[in-house]
Structure formats: C-alpha cells, structure tokens
Design a protein around this ligand. Structure first.
Ligand SMILES: [Zn+2]
Length: 432
C-alpha cells in the first residue's frame, strides 16, 4: 500500500506465515509416508480424470501420464525432461515433453505433509496433473499465469471430491484441515521443470485461491474455459520504477493512521448507500495486549485481540502485540484487513444486521472487501494505493486470525471467498 510521499510495498507473504501461526518442523519428516501420500494422491487424481476428462475433451477417454511418476532427491535426480537434466530443486513439476510428473521426495513433499497435512500434497499433485491435462487438450499458447491458474482450478475440482467425501484416497476434510490446506497453498511457488516459466507469472495468492475455489464450486468445465481474455487478474503492478526499487512497508504507526483515516472516509461516503443514514465517526481505541477497554458485549475478531463494541460505539484493537505482529510478519495491508474488519463489523451492526453468526461474518468480510474495492478503483490514487502483494496480505491475515475453530463459524476458505466478492464487485455484492 502506498500513500502520497510514502512508498510501501508488500513483504513476502511466505515468510510470515511460516513464522506466524503454523507448526514448524521439529522432527525429521517421514519421507516414506509422504511418498506414499503422493502415490495415493496421483492414483486418486487419475480416478478423478477418468470420470471427468470426457467432459472437457469432447468425449475422448482419458489416458494417464505415460512417462510415470518420479520421486527424486539430491542424490537421485529426476529424469531428464525434453533432453535437459534438471538440477535438484525443492519442487514438483510436470514434464510436457516426456509426459511425466516428478517431485522432491527429500524435502518439499515431506515438509508440506508434516506442516499442512496430506490434502495439501494431494492439491499439489492435482495441480501438476492439471498441466498434464493441458498437454492433452490445451489451451495451447496461453500465458503462464493462465495455465497456472487453470491448473489450480483443476486441483480445486479434484479437491471438491475430497470435500464431498467422494475421494477414494483421502478422508473428508474438517473445516480446520481445509483452512490449513489453503494456508499451505499460499506458500507454494510452482516452478515447472520447463524453462518457459517466467518469474512472477504464476498469479498472486488472491487469484490462485480464486481459481482453486472456482474449481471446487464449478468443476472442470469452468476451468477448461480459462483464457487470458476472461480471467480476472488482480496482480497490481508497481506504478513507478521508484516504487519497485525503493519499496518498503509503510511504518506501522503511519499505516494505522492512514488506514483508519481512509476507512472512516470510505464509510462516511458510502454508508448512506446502504441505509440512507449518515455514518457516525467510529473511534478506534488502541489497547495493550491483555488490557482491552471494557465493553459489555464485544463483537470480537482475531480471538478477542480486536473488537467492535456496539454499546460503547467504538472499535478497539491490541496495538502492542496483534497489530505489530500482523504488520511485521505479513505486511501493512494485514493491518488494513484488521481495520477493515472492524469498520465493516460496525457498518453491519449499525444497519441492524447480525455480525456474529455465519452469514453475518461473511457479510462483514464482504463489506471489508468493498473498502478494498474502493481503494483499487477510485480515481484519486493519491490518498491510498495498493501495492503488489497487498491483496495477498489481506488473505494471509484472514488465514492468520480468521481460521475455522470448533465453534462452527465459517472457514477462512469461505471468508476469503466472501472478502473477494467485495473486492471484485464492491458494496453492491454485500447483502445484509
Ligand atoms: Zn503449475
């Protein structure tokens, strides 16, 4: 995010999540078990395509990869692809020339399984298999970002089988497991073994999760339609060379001030569209971790470290732990997601709608997204402007503080989808 005279650029999402809320590897990964998971996943993905390939290939029957499955390690490298021997890399790839799938069985896959569970390994393999599907039916000559998102969409279509309990290899996921899988997806950078892959051409996490979710919801037929001409791509370019060169996150205090001012201004301008009434200024109180201001019935976010207080008519958040952690570990727009959530909670409550049940929470996320939509689409870009990575920071923040719990609330998976509809469609997308 940037404001006039400030230049702020997102930090890498990846590092934060690893450092923030996910278990790290303490024991040596169990490589044997992980490889078993890969094989099981690939077999199940082949079962899936046996059923669905005819839908996207004019009725043709599916033919599994001919070149086989190849786990590799530093000492036991993958087969040459198209005559080129690849060096060891901690990744997974599909080789179009020789029609095989290979993966790092030493580090990548065991780590993913240990940290994020077997379903993420399944999604990675379903993504790679998606490239094999592309090699069979196209589209040819599309930009890498289209092919990557289409592979994510195909992976989502397979994941729908797991979510519905139809997979023969994976148990139905719990809400927590689904959110952990999506969190893992944020970490993945796909680096196929082919030289065609341009850095940064894979889409941001915001777009990749959209593609995955579209696959889950609409199936392979929708994925097959992906083309550069019909794919929304939200990756924000750097606006100037200086922004790219000298980028850095807005300092924490400045970020809070700029964001709170902007949110206040946004709701002052748009709240009347929702209700016909004027927006009352929403005070935002800072508090020290563990010492929140009193409120008889706080409408909590982030596990209580942030809340909207209807009877006191204010919002408050922990500015000594939660705020700095979001800012440091994810980036300035993670703080934007938090403030956006609090203002949206107030807007939802003030319009007389529920905020605490599932539908209410999803409406809050949509309203928060509508503010992001406004920042992205307003003409006056001098006030506040998103930088590359900001949308991913918002998604990461939702995964960090909005993940599914036992309470039966919505999953981060669903919250991201609702936030995204606000971001892409604006206020009109957000029902009470
Ligand atoms: Zn890929």
């Amino acid at each position: 995010m940037s404001v006039k005279a400030w230049r702020l650029v997102a930090v890498a999402v990846v590092v934060m999540l690893g450092a923030c809320s996910f278990p790290s590897l303490e024991d040596e990964p169990d490589t044997g078990r992980a490889s078993g998971t890969v094989t099981r996943a690939l077999k199940d993905v082949e079962r899936f395509w046996g059923e669905h390939f005819p839908e996207v290939a004019d009725g043709q029957a599916f033919e599994p990869v001919r070149g086989g499955y190849h786990p590799y390690t530093e000492n036991d490298p993958p087969p040459a692809c198209g005559g080129q021997q690849a060096g060891y890399e901690p990744n997974a790839f599909y080789c179009p020339g020789d029609d095989f799938i290979a993966w790092d069985a030493q580090t990548l896959i065991p780590s993913l399984e240990a940290d994020y569970g077997p379903a993420l390994v399944g999604v990675v393999m379903a993504h790679e298999y998606g490239h094999a599907i592309q090699a069979r039916i196209g589209p040819a000559n599309q930009r890498t970002v289209v092919l990557e998102q289409q592979a994510d969409c195909y992976a989502g279509a397979w994941l729908a089988d797991v979510l519905a309990g139809r997979s023969q290899a994976f148990k139905k996921l719990t809400a927590e497991q689904l959110d952990t899988t999506v969190a893992g997806l944020l970490l993945l950078r796909d680096q196929p073994g082919t030289p065609a892959a341009a850095e940064g051409a894979h889409g941001n996490a915001f777009d990749r999760i959209r593609a995955l979710q579209e696959g889950v919801e609409d199936g392979v037929g929708q994925c097959a339609k992906y083309r550069a001409s019909n794919l929304p791509v939200t990756e924000v370019p750097f606006s100037t060379r200086e922004e790219a060169a000298s980028g850095g996150d807005l300092p924490y205090d400045d970020a809070i001030q700029a964001l709170a001012t902007d949110a206040q201004e946004y709701w002052t301008r748009t709240y009347p569209q929702l209700t016909g009434e004027q927006w009352r200024r929403l005070p935002v109180q800072a508090f020290e971790a563990g010492s929140p201001p009193s409120c008889s019935r706080p409408d909590a976010s982030a596990g209580g470290a942030a809340f909207y207080c209807a009877d006191g008519d204010f919002a408050a958040f922990d500015t000594t732990e939660l705020g700095p952690q979001l800012h440091e570990r994810i980036g300035d727009y993670a703080v934007g997601m938090l403030l956006g959530d609090l203002f949206a909670r107030a807007a939802q409550d003030r319009r007389g709608a529920e905020t605490r049940d599932r539908a209410g929470q999803l409406a809050v996320d949509c309203l928060a997204g509508s503010w992001t939509n406004d920042i992205l689409t307003r003409e006056d870009q001098d006030t506040l402007r998103l930088s590359p990575g900001d949308l991913d920071e918002a998604v990461s923040a939702l995964l960090a503080f909005g993940r599914a719990s036992d309470g039966g609330g919505p999953t981060a998976f669903d919250r991201i989808a609702s936030y995204r509809s606000g971001v892409l469609e604006g206020l009109s997308a957000c029902r009470a």
